[in-house]
Design a protein around this ligand. Structure first.
Ligand SMILES: [Zn+2]
Length: 163
């Protein structure tokens, strides 16, 4: 992998908690605590949040941070899980506007779910394909509109979709 392709995604995390309030959106928050035999402290990978655009549900990486049951504010996540590409070139996130995300057909979005503690990593190349999973998970959310799910369980559901 060439160096210039990593640019903004190598940004270090600053945090932990931000001042950004959670809002009323639905959040599916993906975290990692390792495996049963090799557990580790909770690592917040990222939240996916539902937005309504032109009457259609659109699931997006919560760039403002991770939604957690225990807090009314979002936990800073940097880099987020969303990566943007045009062709095979990265587009730095600060050059992608919200408008671009919904309107540019040439812009590819993918989600990278990665835990640096245990090394678990999965890429979701076409987030739209997993909308049915997100819709199902959303029904399991708690009263605060958040569903927190371990990354391995999330990945299993995605893999089942591909069978
Ligand atoms: Zn982990």
């Amino acid at each position: 992998m060439s160096r210039k392709k990593t640019n903004t995604y190598t940004t270090r995390r600053v945090g932990p908690w931000s001042n950004t309030a959670r809002g009323d959106s639905i959040y599916i928050s993906v975290y990692c605590r390792g495996t049963a035999t090799h557990s580790h402290d909770k690592w917040r990978i990222g939240s996916i949040t539902a937005q309504v655009r032109n009457g259609e549900i659109f699931w997006a990486d919560s760039t403002a941070g991770y939604a957690d049951h225990s807090q009314d504010v979002l936990h800073r996540i940097s880099p987020g899980i969303g990566q943007y590409l045009v062709g095979n070139e990265w587009v730095p996130i600060d050059r992608v506007s919200d408008q671009d995300i919904y309107t540019r057909d040439d812009l590819r979005i993918r989600w990278r779910l990665r835990c640096p503690v245990c090394g678990f990593s999965r890429e979701i190349a076409q987030p739209r394909r997993i909308y049915p999973i997100l819709a199902t998970l959303a029904t399991l959310r708690e009263a605060d509109n958040i569903l927190e799910i371990p990354v391995r369980e999330f990945a299993r559901r995605v893999e089942r979709l591909n069978e």
